[in-house]
Design a protein around this ligand. Structure first.
Ligand SMILES: Cc1cc2nc3c(=O)[nH]c(=O)nc-3n(C[C@H](O)[C@H](O)[C@H](O)COP(=O)(O)O)c2cc1C
Length: 363
């Protein structure tokens, strides 16, 4: 009796390296990842990724245990490399007060206590890295560069597959040289932050159709295409361009399993999702989302923006109250350029649709 083999497109260098069934990666969502969504994508045969940049080491270890209680399949963590010294950023009291001042009216309106200057804004990268080593996920992906060689070595000794994220060909080459086993080519269609680290984000804006084949031709390691992939047509297209997997963000972000707020999810399913724009408004770093009143004020210059990580931290202090009070004009509505295509409210439907369409086109 002959066994029915799966269509060839499902087996790539990445699925073989990670022991997964489908060349589909769930994009990590720093601040909006959920263990339920990660486990759902991994259990369905893809690679679930948890965005952990805002988590303490202790919390990272807990999250790994929570994911393992839901699935025994491989999954990944994602961290932000403090490439520009952001880990060390300590504004003086004067600087802190100056950057806080333009946001004071929002603290008053929302009834949120004006915050004191903290000792640090986000958990220490080395502490996070050590926790990931302890948690031993199948893969660890990074944005904003690669960690130092000693840390790369230690992760490799643990058998963890290391993944770097490039927004340009030069960054892809840099990441391969830095020891990354896989490179994500992140086109400017993608939701969330533009993760450039060799040149300014504004000077590193390349669409996936141009970026993916040039990265594939420039590195030997397998490439994951990210940015604008929300259908089986687009998955098939990036595999044809030479990618070994597709990383899908927005289409999964919109599902009920993701940890975004109700107004964010509502915006993703509304007419507004057909237009996205890049803004520094919510974090001090360039990122793509659905424009709202706050990002428009920044765009017109009437609202100043503090540097990262201070702006991110300050807006984070307002977020829960803004959501509770229905003030979605004050929260980031991250979305990619294919947001206008999304249709499904649960992750299994997203995967089934991606696979069925890719089967039809490539099977
Ligand atoms: C809310 C949100 C948070 C994100 N956070 C991260 C992150 O922490 N690390 C990362 O590598 N990518 C992050 N991304 C990018 C996604 O993982 C993914 O690469 C991107 O959404 C793919 O493009 P698409 O949205 O067009 O599918 C984030 C995206 C969103 C929407």
């Amino acid at each position: 009796m002959t066994q029915k083999l799966p269509p060839g497109w499902r087996t790539t260098r990445i699925t073989r390296a990670l022991g997964i069934d489908l060349p589909i990666v769930l994009g990590p969502f720093g601040g909006a990842s959920s263990t339920a969504l990660v486990a759902r994508v991994s259990s369905a045969g893809g690679l679930g990724s948890f965005g952990a940049y805002s988590l303490s080491g202790q919390r990272i270890v807990q999250v790994a245990a929570e994911i393992r209680a839901l699935t025994d399949r491989p999954f990944a963590f994602n961290l932000w490399v403090p490439h520009d010294g952001s880990d060390e950023y300590r504004p003086t009291a004067d600087e802190f007060a100056r950057h806080l001042a333009p946001l004071q009216p929002y603290f008053s309106e929302l009834g949120v206590e004006v915050p004191e200057r903290p000792d640090r804004f986000f958990p220490d990268f080395t502490e996070q890295f050590e926790a990931v080593l302890e948690a031993r996920p199948a893969a660890l992906s990074f944005v904003y560069g690669a960690p130092p060689p000693t840390l790369v070595e230690r992760a490799k000794e643990q058998g963890i597959t290391l993944v770097g994220t490039a927004s340009t060909v030069a960054e892809a080459v840099f990441l391969e040289r830095a020891g990354m086993d896989v490179v994500v080519a992140s086109g400017f269609e993608a939701a969330g932050h533009r993760v450039s680290f060799l040149a300014a984000a504004e000077d590193s804006l390349i669409g996936s159709l141009a970026l993916v084949p040039q990265v594939v031709d420039s590195v030997r390691v397998p490439v994951v295409a990210a940015g604008g992939i929300a259908s089986g047509r687009q998955l098939a297209a990036v595999l044809v361009l030479g990618a070994d997997a597709a990383q899908v963000g927005t289409a999964f972000l919109a599902t009920d399993e993701s940890a975004i707020s109700d107004p964010h999810r509502a915006a993703l399913f509304s007419e507004r999702a057909t237009h996205t724009a890049l803004t520094r408004a919510f974090s001090g770093r360039l990122a793509r989302g659905i424009p709202n009143e706050f990002s428009q004020q920044v765009a017109t210059g009437s609202q100043p923006v503090a540097p990262f990580p201070l702006q991110s931290w300050l807006m984070g202090r307002l977020k829960q109250a803004a959501i509770a009070q229905g003030r979605s004009e004050l929260i980031s509505l991250w979305a990619g350029q294919s947001a206008g295509m999304i249709r499904f409210r649960n992750a299994a439907e997203v995967i089934d649709d991606l696979v069925a369409e890719a089967d039809r086109l490539l099977g």
